[in-house]
Ligand binder design. Structure first.
Ligand code: ZN
Length: 196
């Protein structure tokens, strides 16, 4: 797309959301393997990281990109009760007006405003041992609005505790399917992780 056609909430994907293994932009859907940079399909990036100096120095626990179709397909497997619990938790804890303020004032050039505090607990990245970060993208652009955001491990643990055993089982199976036997497996043993 030409520069004139780029919506004003689009920004080049920041390095934070690059593939930490290769240092390049993520380009493949972890589930259907389609090329996300060539195909103009919305996709999501999720990373679990252990920050040391905020985002300046961190260890990556896992990272992947997934196209919107696969995301919806996997989400549809979450049980209704778990989905209701997740929604209830986020409705209670996310400061929606703050997110709306960022959009209303088009504060798209300051990534810190979007990502420095846990979206649920409001804890600052410097005080967080482990967290997950999320981005929505299109091609090489970050689509800002609902994403990007950061959620602390503490908040995720609370969410996981709200899930049904069936859903947790589903997440674990999905994890096996997507991640497979790799060095990441050990890191994932700590507990189920949520694809939100
Ligand atoms: Zn896909």
């Amino acid at each position: 797309m030409t520069k004139e056609e780029t919506p004003n909430n689009y920004r080049p994907i920041p390095k934070l959301f690059f593939d930490d293994l290769t240092g390049a932009m993520m380009n493949v859907c972890i589930s259907c393997q389609q090329n996300l940079l060539e195909n103009q399909i919305p996709y999501f990036i999720e990373k679990a990281i252990k920050p040391h100096l905020g985002y300046k120095a961190y260890a990556t626990v896992f990272e992947y990109a997934m196209c919107i179709n696969c995301m919806q397909q996997h989400k549809s497997k979450i049980s209704k009760s778990s989905l209701a619990s997740i929604n209830e938790y986020f409705q209670k804890h996310i400061d929606v007006s703050r997110r709306q303020y960022l959009v209303a004032n088009e504060l798209y050039d300051n990534l810190g405003l979007w990502m420095d505090h846990c979206v649920a607990t409001d804890n600052h990245i410097s005080a967080i041992g482990e967290c997950q970060i999320y981005a929505q993208c299109l091609g090489d652009q970050l689509v800002m609005g609902e994403c990007p955001y950061m959620i602390s491990g503490e908040a995720l643990d609370t969410v996981v505790n709200l899930l049904s055993a069936e859903t947790i089982d589903g997440f674990n199976k999905l994890q096996d399917e997507l991640v497979g036997p790799s060095e990441f497996q050990d890191l994932l043993k700590g507990g189920p992780r949520v694809l939100l």
